[in-house]
Ligand binder design. Sequence first.
Ligand code: NI
Length: 259
Amino acid sequence: MIDAHAHLNDPAFFDDLPDLLARMREAGVEGALVVGYDLPSSQRAVTLARAHPPLRAAIGVHPHDSKELTDEALVALRALAREPEVVAVGEIGLDYHYDHSPRPVQREAFRRQLALARETALPIVIHEREAEEDVRAILDAEDGWALGGSWHCCSVDAASAAEIARHLFIGIAGWITFPKSENIRALARAVPLECLLIETDAPYITPVPFRGKRNEPAYLPRTLQMLAQVKGIPEMDVERTTTANVRRAFPRWTSVEGG
Ligand code: NI
């Protein structure tokens, strides 16, 4: 299985990355997409992916940090996008829950990074919170759906998710294990397995029964198990299909080591 979204570039992991990678392997997690959220974390994602072949990198500026997407930062991201370890532009999108950057600034940063993805022929990793309508409108206007990639930690309603899944893979995170998250289980039932990815979003969204601890890729099997239970499909089949889905969502994944 592959963790389709983890921030191993986060300071939370600076002290124990080798141990974390060993635990990940022991848990049967064969790879992880390390996702950038600003320019330094995008650079670290590439460095990590280069040093540790089971990892790949996504580069981009998170909606929270949209203010930091200066012309210079965009030039630096464009250069990074050429590195062979980079398989996607992300995470990008809109977050109207926290509004850490003004909404017009978020929208402009989203548009500019969609253009970057188009230019570099890379798929995208979408972050959306309380902004579904505007994310969809910008993807429509910028022909963003055609880029492919994932809508990560997806929490839209089940019917919307099924519709989005015609264009982008839907990321299922540890929320699916939370007793209250019936909406995520409904979403997982509504979307075909062929359109789903599993992800930790480490260090966030720690699954049951590890809640309260820092999340890490070694906990991904909890999400896989719950997804299998919810869909009534054997774990082995969920593992095989979601792993194949990662390579379909991010076609450059295989090109680094051919495996
Ligand atoms: Ni994330």
